[in-house]
Design a protein around this ligand. Structure first.
Ligand code: HEM
Length: 572
């Protein structure tokens, strides 16, 4: 028995020592290669995309800094976790210059905060593709219902992206606008009926999901608040299926729908429900696809208001197949249509919902910004009820509500972007330096640095101040206010270049319509907690502090515990 224990312990020690040696050798090799770049280097001992490290990184680093406070300023503590950019903002780049590299035992990560160099990277899509390998596992997850625009590259991506592009029309934006106003009205009624609301995050997720259901599949659902939903959770219709799938994306990606289906009888109830949700969502997509194929082959045209992304995708794909010269391939396969429908829901759901959550907490702590937005809402919308608001004429005039979104995305950018050099080496000019980037090098736009650098945004660059996006026009009239066009490469909220976000306008329309409904008749404040000692000012400070200290990268950047800061809605 003792002998067995000794053998096991020895084996563990041998494995640990071998792994450490292997990592050490890889680190030395990468350091030697990175040294030739001629940029400042920082060594971090663990690749920040190592999945085990990703689970524990912040916890371990917090323990280490408590034990050895002098390490607080080391690169290990500052840069060796996912999402470090949020805390560092522009400080690392001010210290190290427009470009520096983190050398890890895995890859070398080159961080760039020079707007011209960044635009060059975004423009050279084939030289600096999205690193699909980095998100290998996630890509498979995103492939759950079929290959899609997010998980392919090269000519396949070009064809898929072209077809996806045809779905995001002004007709679709009209639907996003009207659906958002209806849902937001129900949401504010629900919130206002409660003495305090701690469900801002789940409720805005519901709103964003319902907008996608309507604009994506032509299915409208009535808004149901978080507490009401809890009581009534057994049904597995399409909408609840999709909600369950999106809320458990990582689990589904990790296990795969096939595993869930094959092992269903032996799985716990939660996983069985997930499997049923996947099956129900797949069934719904198949039915919709078959219906649309029939409608399309009988060449019946859609009724106005009947438009949705699924219809557009099927039609565009069939048109492409009929007319294709062969250059881009024969349209999308059935699996690719399902894959893209899923990825549109995936990409459009939490991105927008997290942006709502950050924005509403910022607004709650800044009553003066609510008043500023309200002033424009009153001017543009007057006393018209939401069903008399018009996307085409009202949306472009609501610049202040849009500024809230831009300002939130500037400071709390939910989607990080990672490019790489792939199998080739690439040259890149950054200021007066010309870098020769070896194959397999990560090229990371330092969005959090360019978004906050005082060079681009002024000395108050770290403050949340939506008015920086709107400048007064010559006449001083509100209608003449001009929306800021920041220097290219200094704002990357929806990314840039050919592979930027196709849902940018969709999300803007949803955001502005929702803000208009929420703030035209209401305002929001933090609920006073004991620690605030009766002071609203203290409560606002507490909320701002929570945004700053309790936000982190999960799948995307999000507030981790917004429910800890309940809000109250009051009529103006
Ligand atoms: C506030 C809301 C949103 C933000 C901040 C955002 C941001 C982004 C960013 C930064 C990318 C590039 C990712 C990369 O290069 O790795 C992206 C890609 C994408 N987004 Fe969005 N997005 C938002 C909303 C939406 C919506 C509403 C949809 C669809 C309804 C959508 C669909 C997509 C798709 C399909 C891609 C992949 C494009 C490609 O690979 O060619 N996004 N988004």
């Amino acid at each position: 028995m003792v002998q067995l224990a000794v053998i096991v312990c020895t084996a563990w020690v041998v494995v640990a020592v071998s792994l450490t040696l292997y990592w050490g050798v890889c680190l030395l090799r990468n350091y030697a290669a990175a040294h030739k770049l001629g940029v400042p280097l920082r060594v971090i001992p663990i690749d920040h995309t190592n999945p085990i490290w990703m689970l524990l990184d912040r916890k371990i680093l917090s323990i280490i800094t408590q034990l050895v406070p002098s390490l607080r300023n080391s690169s290990f503590v500052r840069h060796n976790y996912r999402g470090w950019e949020l805390r560092e903002r522009y400080f690392s780049h001010h210290e190290l210059g427009d470009v520096f590299a983190l050398v890890t035992p895995g890859r070398t990560w080159v961080y760039i905060a020079n707007p011209d160099a960044l635009m060059d990277v975004f423009r050279r899509r084939t030289d600096f593709p999205r690193c699909l390998e980095l998100t290998g596992k996630n890509s498979k997850v995103l492939n759950v219902f079929g290959p899609n625009v997010s998980t392919v590259d090269g000519p396949q991506w070009k064809m898929q992206r072209k077809l996806i592009g045809t779905c995001f029309t002004e007709q679709n934006n009209e639907i996003v606008w009207s659906e958002s106003t209806v849902l937001a009205r129900d949401m504010i009624q629900y919130w206002a009926s409660k003495p305090s609301v701690d469900s801002i995050a789940p409720d805005t997720r519901t709103l964003s999901l319902h907008v996608l259901s309507r604009a994506g599949f032509g299915k409208s659902f009535k808004f149901k608040g978080h507490d009401d939903r809890q009581k009534n959770q057994t049904s597995t219709n399409y909408k609840e299926s999709l909600q369950l799938i999106l809320e458990n994306c990582i689990l589904i990606m990790a296990l795969g729908p096939r595993f869930l289906a094959d092992w269903k009888p032996w799985l716990p109830r939660k996983l069985q429900r997930l499997q049923e949700a996947c099956a129900s969502f797949q069934r719904y997509m198949t039915e919709t696809y078959e219906d649309e194929k029939k409608a399309s082959s009988s060449s019946s045209s859609s009724m106005p208001g009947d438009h949705n992304l699924m219809k557009s995708l099927v039609r565009a794909s069939q048109d492409e197949a009929k007319t294709s010269s062969g250059a881009l391939g024969p349209g999308l396969t059935e699996q690719e249509i399902y894959g893209n429908m899923f990825v549109l829901n995936f990409a459009g759901h939490d991105t927008t919902a997290h942006t709502f959550t950050f924005s509403l907490y910022f607004l709650a702590a800044h009553r003066e910004v609510q008043d500023w937005v309200f002033e424009e809402l009153r001017h543009v919308l007057g006393n018209r009820p939401p069903n008399e608001w018009h996307y085409a004429s009202d949306f472009p005039r609501l610049k202040r509500a849009l500024a809230v979104m831009y300002e939130t995305l500037r400071l709390y950018t939910p989607v990080p972007v990672a490019k790489w050099t792939g199998a080739q080496s690439q040259t890149l000019s950054v200021g007066d330096k010309t870098l020769i980037l070896p194959p397999n090098t990560m090229v990371i736009p330092s969005y959090s640095a360019v978004h906050t650098d005082p060079k681009h945004w002024g000395s108050d660059s770290l403050d949340w101040k939506p008015s920086r996006w709107v400048t007064p026009g010559a006449s001083g009239a509100m209608d003449d206010e001009v929306f800021l066009a920041p220097k290219k490469g200094t704002f990357l909220g929806w990314s840039e270049g050919a592979r930027d976000c196709p849902g940018r306008k969709f999300s803007q329309v949803e955001f502005v319509a929702t803000m208009a409904v929420l703030f035209r008749e209401w305002y929001v404040e933090p609920v006073l907690l004991d620690v605030d000692r009766g002071s609203l000012r203290a409560a606002c400070k507490r909320v701002l502090n929570q945004i700053e200290t309790d936000s982190a990268m999960v799948l995307l950047l999000q507030m981790l515990h917004p429910e800890r800061a309940p809000l109250v809605w009051k009529r103006r």
